[in-house]
Ligand binder design. Structure first.
Ligand code: NDP
Length: 298
């Protein structure tokens, strides 16, 4: 039995960040300022704090400005919306990201709806979701699915005509992933918690994208031999060593590796792509806002 290949998302993301870092000086030269990414963190959620720190570090490393706005979990809806409006009006800010999830008393839809779509580098605003749906190339596309698409194209080249199964239909991953694969002329099926015979549905696919949030739910035997599998899941589970935990994906990789042509590992697959694409989206947004042509090769 031949083992499938592991797709090195970490290396791909490093290359993408390198290309971004090479493009930033040209922007600075033409505009006299650095692109700026503003990240808003509400409350003290430890996972969100780690993400925000990594985003800030990665932003500075490619030569862009990182602005962090930490607010207490007690912030009111009006105060948060006021902050987003200030960032909309601030010319030095090209990208605005409000770290989710927000505390329960805040309405994330209303907050996201306040972000200027031209600065919506997460691609969650309905204007950007609509542009993606109608194939408008000026859409800012959600970072995780765009990162998945980049890995798939790198692995497979032309995706046209491939059977793709996306498991998960969230607005953040599943639905935009479906749109992106459809735009590449794949035949796309979106599976979810009500799907009958998920194993059978997955077995049809040349491309599987698992974005479920259930540890190792997708079994190796479900995978059609030679398929390419993108595992988006990030699930913390107890490790073998007592008291320790580890991160696993939505796919049982140890089994699946015997069936796939290629699969993204967790960690080290999709995760690193998300931040790299966030930087890419910020740089693209900065160019568009400055009236410059979109940077090439990103
Ligand atoms: P959501 O919880 O919003 O969506 C999960 C989806 O999975 C839903 O559509 C749900 O179906 C479906 N689902 C749940 N149970 C089953 C089941 N038994 N069979 C089939 N489908 C099922 O999650 P997200 O999309 O936000 O995230 C998915 C995973 O990806 C998580 O592990 C998350 O941590 C990870 N993630 C990773 C990122 C990265 O950077 N690598 C970024 C974003 C997310 P239904 O709609 O019917 O409820």
């Amino acid at each position: 039995m031949t083992l499938g290949k592991e797709i090195d998302g970490k290396a791909f993301a490093a290359t993408l960040r390198g290309r971004i870092a090479e493009t930033v000086p040209g922007f600075v030269e033409q505009t006299g300022r650095k692109p700026g990414l503003a990240v808003v963190l509400v409350g003290e959620d430890p996972a969100s704090s780690v993400y925000v720190r990594s985003k800030g570090k990665a932003t500075v490393e490619v030569g862009m400005n990182s602005l962090e706005f930490k607010r207490p979990a007690t912030i009111s809806q009006e105060e948060l919306i006021e902050l987003v409006e200030e960032l909309n009006a601030d010319d030095s800010v090209d990208g605005i990201l409000v770290q989710l999830p927000l505390p329960d008393h805040l309405d994330d839809k209303a907050v996201i709806a306040t972000i200027d779509p031209a600065k919506d580098v997460d691609g969650f605003h309905v204007v950007n979701a609509g542009k993606l749906a109608v194939g408008d190339p000026t859409a800012l596309v959600p970072c995780t699915p765009l990162g998945c698409l980049m890995l798939l194209k790198d692995e497979l080249g032309d995706l046209s005509g491939k059977e793709a199964v996306v498991i998960g239909r969230s607005n953040i991953v599943g639905k935009p992933m479906m749109q992106l694969l459809l735009a590449e002329s794949c035949t796309v099926t979106v599976a979810h918690s009500r799907t009958h015979d998920l194993a059978g549905v997955v077995h049809r696919a040349d491309i599987v994208v698992a974005a479920v949030g259930r540890p190792e739910m997708v079994k190796g035997s479900w995978i059609k031999p030679g398929a390419v599998v993108i595992d988006v899941g990030i699930n913390r589970v107890p490790a073998e060593e007592e008291g320790k935990s580890k991160i696993v994906g939505d796919v049982a990789t140890a089994e699946a590796i015997n069936h796939v042509a290629a699969i993204t590992p967790v960690p080290g697959g999709v995760g690193p792509m998300t931040i790299a694409v966030l930087l890419r989206n910020t740089l693209v947004a900065a160019h568009v806002r400055a009236g410059l042509p979109a940077p090439k090769g990103l």
